[in-house]
Design a binder for this molecule. Structure first.
Ligand code: LMR
Length: 326
């Protein structure tokens, strides 16, 4: 429906652009690495459409999905150099520069979405946005993907099942230690290379929310998924601070208000998709879905709990206390 709107809005848009060409059209390039149909992909398009409409065509948000403009590892640098004006990477991808952001990778930190959103929208989110300013980056919103599930070519029930396997991870020390504590090896890979790595057995498994898993067809190259909800994957929507400060006040307000609205929509969509893809995967012939028993979950939690202590110096006691309070 949204793309119909976008298409039918094209002539109007051309007219708008003519009108504003004299008034300096503002172009925002928004780069991301996932499929267009994912919660992040759809939210980026929705944001682009609404901002275009609400600024009377003055602002054009150009969305580049699927790593077509920048891959993981390139996006953040491109943002700081203002080659792209908005990105929304998984929080794990900020952790090499800002170790505090590893807090979101702590296994079994959140029991449910309400807890995630309390942290994102409260003191913790604010503190994490503050550290971005060191690199001249401004945090604008936090989006969901959802809870991560483990996959491999064998069932993963107990901690012993991980022994000797290798898993793809995003670049985060916490995620590396998570798998090491489960007895597995890790390989850091950009999202765009995960399918091939699974296909060729370069790694044996991965952790993903189901919308990423399904839309990238990982079920073609993995035989088993364990619904573990062991970790959370969310996004930091960010812009270049110099660029942001250069925007007229009224435009900044439209962008902020629109993002707030789109954030609420995106979070609902993320939950809807993860639920929908669970049902689809349960009905997919070549993949088996496993659910952890209470006892198995406790065993995973016990193996991973020491990470809180281990990462306290990097994350900071204050931030950890805030998240637990929230
Ligand atoms: C990943 O690399 O697994 C995710 O960060 C992809 C994404 O942006 O959801």
């Amino acid at each position: 429906l949204l793309s119909m709107f976008v298409i039918s809005g094209c002539t109007e848009r051309a007219k708008d652009l003519e009108q504003v060409s004299a008034n300096k059209r503002i172009v925002i390039r928004f780069s991301h690495v996932v499929a267009e149909s994912t919660p992040k992909g759809l939210a980026a398009k929705r944001f682009a459409y609404l901002v275009h409409q609400r600024t009377g065509g003055r602002v054009e948000v150009q969305v580049y999905p699927n790593s077509t403009l920048y891959k993981d590892g390139e996006e953040f640098k491109a943002l700081t150099e203002n080659n792209v004006q908005m990105i929304a990477p998984a929080t794990a991808k900020l952790t090499d520069i800002f170790p505090q952001w590893q807090i979101f990778d702590l296994p079994f930190l959140f029991e449910n979405y309400a807890e995630v959103h309390n942290a994102m929208d409260g003191e913790v989110g604010q503190k994490l946005f503050d550290v971005l300013e060191e690199k001249n980056v401004k945090g604008l919103a936090m989006w969901d993907n959802g809870f991560k599930q483990m996959s491999a070519n064998q069932p993963l029930h107990t901690v012993e099942d991980f022994r000797g396997l290798s898993f793809r991870i995003m670049p985060s020390k916490m995620l590396a230690r998570q798998f090491q504590r489960l007895g597995a090896n890790v390989k850091e890979l950009p999202f765009s290379e995960v399918y091939r790595a699974l296909q060729w057995g370069e790694v044996n498994g991965a952790e993903n929310p189901l919308s990423n898993f399904y839309t990238k067809k990982f079920h073609q190259v993995q035989s088993d998924v364990t619904i573990s909800n062991h970790g959370y994957l969310g996004y930091a929507v960010m812009t270049n601070k110099t660029f942001w400060n250069s925007l007229p006040e009224d435009i900044r307000k439209i962008i902020k208000d629109t993002l707030e609205e789109v954030t609420m929509w995106e979070r609902k969509e993320a939950q809807r998709q993860n639920q929908q893809f669970l049902t689809r995967l349960e009905n997919t012939k070549d993949i088996t879905i496993h659910h952890l028993t209470q006892q198995e979950k406790l065993q995973w939690k016990a193996a991973l709990y020491p990470l809180r202590q281990e990462f306290t110096p990097e994350i900071g006691e204050e931030l950890l206390e805030s998240i637990i309070r929230e």
